[in-house]
Design a protein around this ligand. Structure first.
Ligand code: AHG
Ligand code: MN
Ligand code: MN
Length: 308
């Protein structure tokens, strides 16, 4: 008997409004999936806040999600990784949503897996809150198959898009082992000057671990979710990325919630990712995420090298 996303959310006992919001997001994901498979992948000619080139798909994915968050009328505030400010949607909406419409956009042309990431808060806005205030987090991965993985604080579950456009349960309450043989060393450039990061990478190599790194956080974290564990690191590198590259609101918080709900951990060298107070929309943070003991080991090895 197949289990569909809507029915799984219903069984989770969450408010109907949150269930409807997640279903609208799932719907946006289907349109993005279709655009990836059928659309023009050329450069759109605009650049985002950080001077990175936006591909046409970034712009399109952003618009598809924004439209869905507005038409569902359940969202008071939304913020996209591709836009500077917080968007005010329906003042009566119960939820605020932060999203990365297309993570791994530089991988589009080479046809590697990419994704969309969502972090949902109850109530208006983001600043002054922490990731612990998330009521749901989810991501879609657009690969050979399209999957949607969500948590509402009752485990982490994966659904696969089927031929008739429904998300059907593929993995329920999956768990990460405390240790793992897989490592994903993001920002390896930092190892040039950061002796502690270099020593850590050497320790992973000498320990016989297996490298799995695609350059897209969605498939890289999704890989460890499928293999029962792993460690993904994205340390800082001054002067360009003194706090790392990845964004607290759009990438780190939602993945931290999903990982913790699978028995894993996510830390920035100073504290759990979900305890960081949100001060500004595009705040960045180093991140070490995955199997609990692997994260602990990274923090022990790198701790004093991290920015406050
Ligand atoms: P985005 O495409 O949303 O800007 O994010 C890409 C991110 C993330 O997916 C990945 O882990 C990281 O960028 C890799 O960046 P570098 O290759 O620059 O280290
Ligand atoms: Mn991203
Ligand atoms: Mn992005």
């Amino acid at each position: 008997m197949i289990k569909l996303l809507d029915s799984h959310l219903y069984d989770a006992g969450i408010p109907d409004s949150l269930r409807h919001l997640i279903m609208y997001i799932a719907r946006a994901g289907k349109y993005i999936d279709h655009a990836i498979k059928t659309g023009d992948l050329g450069v759109a000619g605009s650049s985002n806040l950080f001077g990175e080139n936006q591909l046409a798909l970034d712009v399109l994915s952003d618009k598809i999600i924004e439209d869905n968050l507005k038409i569902c009328r359940l969202v008071s505030h939304a913020i996209s990784e591709e836009k500077e400010g917080v968007m005010e949607c329906n003042p009566q909406g119960k939820y605020s949503v932060a999203y990365d419409p297309l993570d791994g956009s530089s991988l589009v042309d080479s046809n590697l897996a990419i994704g969309s990431i969502f972090s949902i808060f109850e109530g208006p806005g983001f600043e002054g809150r922490t990731g612990r205030n998330q009521v749901a987090a989810l991501y879609l991965q657009y690969g050979p198959r399209t999957t949607l993985t969500y948590t509402v604080g009752k485990g982490t579950h994966e659904f696969t898009l089927n031929d008739v456009g429904e998300f059907s349960l593929s993995r329920e309450s999956f768990k990460l082992d405390p240790t793992s043989k897989y490592f994903a060393p993001g920002n390896l450039r930092a190892a040039k000057d950061n002796a502690k990061y270099r020593a850590l990478v050497d320790e992973w190599i000498d320990g016989g671990k297996t490298l799995r790194y695609s350059g897209g956080m969605v498939p890289d974290v999704n890989h460890m979710f499928h293999k029962g564990g792993g460690i993904f690191a994205y340390p800082p590198l001054a002067p360009k990325y003194p706090n790392g590259k990845l964004r607290l609101l759009f990438e780190c918080n939602p993945f931290a919630f999903l990982a913790e709900q699978a028995g894993g951990a996510a830390h920035n060298g100073q504290m759990d990712i979900m305890d960081i107070v949100i001060e500004k929309p595009h705040q960045r943070t180093p991140i070490y995420i995955g199997s609990k003991d692997e994260v602990k080991k990274v923090v022990e090895r790198l701790g004093s090298n991290q920015p406050s």
